[in-house]
Design a protein around this ligand. Structure first.
Ligand code: ZN
Length: 411
């Protein structure tokens, strides 16, 4: 339904939600989407459902790449008309509510969804398509949740055969989670991080891998043939046509995110030839991949919040001086022993600087990996320590926010 046709309570809730978000923004408290959505849902607990009705919606979920894939997908669906999206990464129902309230009557929406909330958001938004990216450990204290999350998704998706799935063929957890869905379009971009999927979620046997394939040694679960495949610097579509993908975002992982966006767009009837040119419009995503010039240094920010994304960041980073920053505040997870799950040896030969609340944990880890480094107290000291040219910055969540703040909240 359009917002004009909503029940009175929902209309009021929508207006209050917008106003609260605007006031919060004006007060300099971020983009206001969490508080706006929270107030709207207090007034009308069914507000998300009302706001979603009548829109064709795609949801994007998984441990890594949600925000970027959501941005790329929203760009691709823009071919059809105006698209509502929660592009600031407010990925819980409060953020979705706020995004839809703020957008007004758009025919389309692309929403990034926190893994834990996917079942609830499916019920409330009735999506047409869901993209499932991967499931890996996010914070060590939550590691055993990977299998539980896959089970939760599998149970939920079995109840929604009407939803088309775009799924990652290289992640056994995703393949199993989508195993009961009748309509799945598989994509493949390779899987660098495999330590959370050595054990079959169906039968508990070992999963074997060879030449990009994987299969369970105890049951029929195996890698499905993907329809969308990252190859060189482009993507093969289901017809076998190859499309060169020009992105402003670095790394093979973002080509995989682009392939996902193309597959979602195809589920909405958009041909790759229409969607591909839109992808190059996406530059930085909430400051990630942003490049800032300061004192002759070109600083690039890479967010790495869990072991899988650290490996991806090493792959994306140029062979240039690199600053690593680690905090262990609440949003990061308090336990830094995950550092020992990551192989830091790709950094050998680069000038490495470390900083952050938990720089000394990083120091121990780098020492074990024989990577020389220097500790710096501030970001300014880091800039002064490297020659003019590229400085790569790889940081976990709150460390990333600290550095963004130092760089005047770059976008
Ligand atoms: Zn099995």
């Amino acid at each position: 339904m359009t917002q004009g046709n909503m029940p009175l309570r929902a209309k009021v809730a929508t207006q209050v939600s917008r106003t609260a978000a605007a006031l919060s923004r004006a007060a300099g408290r971020g983009d206001g989407s969490v508080i706006g959505g929270w107030i709207g849902l207090k007034i009308d607990p069914d507000l998300l459902e009302h706001l979603a009705a009548g829109r064709a919606i795609a949801l994007v979920s998984g441990t890594n790449g949600k925000t970027t894939t959501t941005r790329l997908t929203a760009a691709a669906l823009g071919v059809l008309g105006p698209v509502a999206t929660n592009s600031f990464g407010a990925n819980m129902p409060t953020g979705h509510t706020s995004a839809l309230a703020k957008a007004g009557d758009t025919p389309y929406a692309v929403l990034e969804v926190d893994e834990h909330y996917l079942p609830q958001v499916i019920e409330e938004t009735r999506p047409r398509v869901i993209a499932l990216l991967n499931l890996s450990r996010d914070q060590l204290d939550r590691a055993k949740e990977v299998a539980m999350m896959a089970q939760l998704w599998r149970t939920t998706l079995a109840k929604h055969p009407e939803v088309a799935i775009v799924g990652n063929a290289d992640d056994p957890m995703i393949v199993w989670a989508a195993g009961n869905s009748p309509t799945v379009s598989w994509f493949s971009a390779g899987q660098r991080w495999q330590d959370d999927s050595w054990v079959c979620p169906e039968c508990g046997s070992t999963i074997e891998r060879q030449d990009g394939q994987w299969w369970c040694t105890g049951c029929p679960l195996r890698r499905p043939a993907p329809q969308w495949v990252v190859e060189d610097d482009g993507v093969l579509d289901p017809s076998g046509a190859w499309h060169l993908i020009r992105l402003q975002l670095p790394g093979r992982v973002n080509l995989g995110n682009a392939a996902t966006a193309l597959a979602v767009a195809a589920a909405f009837g958009i041909r790759p030839l229409q969607a591909v040119p839109t992808l190059s419009s996406v530059a930085s995503v909430a400051g990630r991949y942003a490049q800032v010039d300061r004192d002759g240094r070109n600083i690039r920010l890479l967010l790495a919040k869990n072991p899988a994304s650290w490996l991806e960041a090493f792959d994306m980073a140029d062979n240039a001086p690199t600053l690593l920053s680690i905090n262990a505040r609440d949003p990061d997870g308090l336990d830094t022993s995950w550092l020992f799950d990551v192989d830091f040896s790709p950094l050998r030969g680069r000038q490495v600087l470390i900083t952050g609340d938990r720089a000394y944990d990083l120091a121990v880890r780098l020492d074990v990996n024989d990577v020389p480094f220097r500790h710096v107290q501030t970001f300014g000291e880091a800039i002064a320590s490297v020659p003019p040219g590229r400085l790569e910055v790889i940081a976990n969540y709150t460390a990333f926010q600290d550095i963004r703040a130092e760089l005047d909240r770059v976008n």
